[in-house]
Write a protein that binds this ligand. Structure first.
Ligand SMILES: NC(=O)c1ccc[n+]([C@@H]2O[C@H](COP(=O)([O-])OP(=O)(O)OC[C@H]3O[C@@H](n4cnc5c(N)ncnc54)[C@H](O)[C@@H]3O)[C@@H](O)[C@H]2O)c1
Length: 329
């Protein structure tokens, strides 16, 4: 079993590599070697198997063929720039999120041809609920049509189509997982418009102030980083015959209002933590968030074995445990 993780220095990529290192196996087979790649060299901890960490720009034309030359059995494609950046820099968004992904698919197809049709890796692609656009039904199912309203969502939707076509043609065995917003995002605050969903928990838990730019009634679709890694591993191991031609699916999550998020914080860390949330309405963020979907029907993914937390409190507990957050009594 040889694996390739592209985007291995990112928030989810790092956690995926850590988990693979801990498990030492994938698809019930020991991991023989792992190739961890990102635009900045990933630096994972100890592994029981050889791991090669390299810095490569997926958008550079010579990179994708190099990455699949060793014919990895499972490829995780996570490399991407975020929605805000893809909106601000049109060229960069298409170069990385679309052309970089396409180059990887093409490089796999080339190896498929060179191998006489024998090489056919599992490719797990991290898509997003940004492939959908308003107006939305009450709960968005997998049958809802793709009408992205951002360049990022458009790039993800195009790669979903490519994944389906390359799978249909037999060049690879693809699974696209549309991730909910992954909360609580550890580390420093990022510039994503959705950043406050994590910030209002992460910062108060660290004794710091956090800004809340929207109303408490705003509802959003969340899952923990732990669940995101679980989705990736399940997508790498599942029987894809059950997917048919529909290779991408919306992952399960928790629809929670900001008020419910704050209540979970109150339950775990008390009023003192909640008081660190500063309400600072921001009309730009409010407008962006109003266009986002908030609730999904992920029954297709659930019936295929994907699972996530059931309540927002469980999401918060996963963060407290996984990041070893110390809460003063
Ligand atoms: N975190 C979320 O809430 C969320 C939600 C939906 C979808 N996703 C998707 O999941 C994936 C991982 O998300 P994340 O939160 O870990 O993001 P992240 O930004 O932390 O990680 C993405 C990684 O991709 C790398 N990358 C960017 N351009 C690259 C290039 N040209 N070549 C090589 N590497 C490059 C970045 O350096 C970064 O380490 C992404 O594809 C993202 O679009 C994430």
């Amino acid at each position: 079993m040889k694996g390739l993780v592209v985007g291995a220095a990112g928030m989810i990529g790092r956690k995926l590599v850590e988990r693979l290192a801990r498990d030492g196996s994938l698809r019930d087979e020991p991991i023989e070697a792992l190739h961890a790649v990102d635009i900045v060299a990933p630096s994972p901890g100890k592994t029981t198997f050889p791991i090669v960490c390299e810095a490569f720009d997926l958008a550079a034309p010579y990179v994708a063929p190099k990455l699949v030359a060793g014919r990895p059995d499972v490829v995780f494609l996570l490399a991407s720039i975020v929605s805000g950046e893809a909106e601000a820099d049109f060229d960069k968004g298409y170069a990385i999120n679309l052309d970089g992904s396409r180059a990887l698919l093409e490089a796999i197809r080339r190896e498929y041809i060179l191998s006489g049709g024998v090489y056919k890796p599992r490719l797990v692609f991290t898509s997003s609920i940004a492939v959908f656009g308003a107006p939305f039904p009450e709960a968005i199912g997998d049958e809802f049509f793709l009408t992205p309203l951002t360049s990022y969502g458009t790039q993800k939707a195009i790669v979903e189509l490519l994944l389906a076509d390359y799978s249909r043609r037999g060049f690879l065995d693809g699974v696209g997982i549309r991730l909910p917003t992954i909360t609580v995002r550890p580390g420093a605050p990022n510039k994503a418009a959705s950043g406050f969903f994590s910030g209002i928990l992460r910062e108060p838990l660290a004794g710091k102030e956090a800004r809340l730019p929207v109303a408490d009634s705003v509802c959003h679709w969340h899952a923990s980083p732990r669940s995101a890694v679980g989705f990736l591993l399940h997508a790498a191991t599942m029987d894809t015959r059950a997917l048919g031609a529909r290779r991408s699916l919306t992952m399960p999550g928790v629809a929670a209002t900001v008020a419910e998020q704050i209540e979970a914080l109150r339950q775990r860390a008390g009023e003192r933590a909640v008081k660190l949330i500063r309400r600072e309405p921001d009309t730009i963020v409010e407008r962006i968030v109003a266009g986002w979907p908030s609730r999904f029907d992920a029954s297709r993914a659930e019936s295929l074995g994907f699972s996530a937390e059931r309540t927002f409190a469980e999401i918060l507990d996963a963060y407290i445990e996984d990041e070893h957050v110390h809460i003063d009594a």
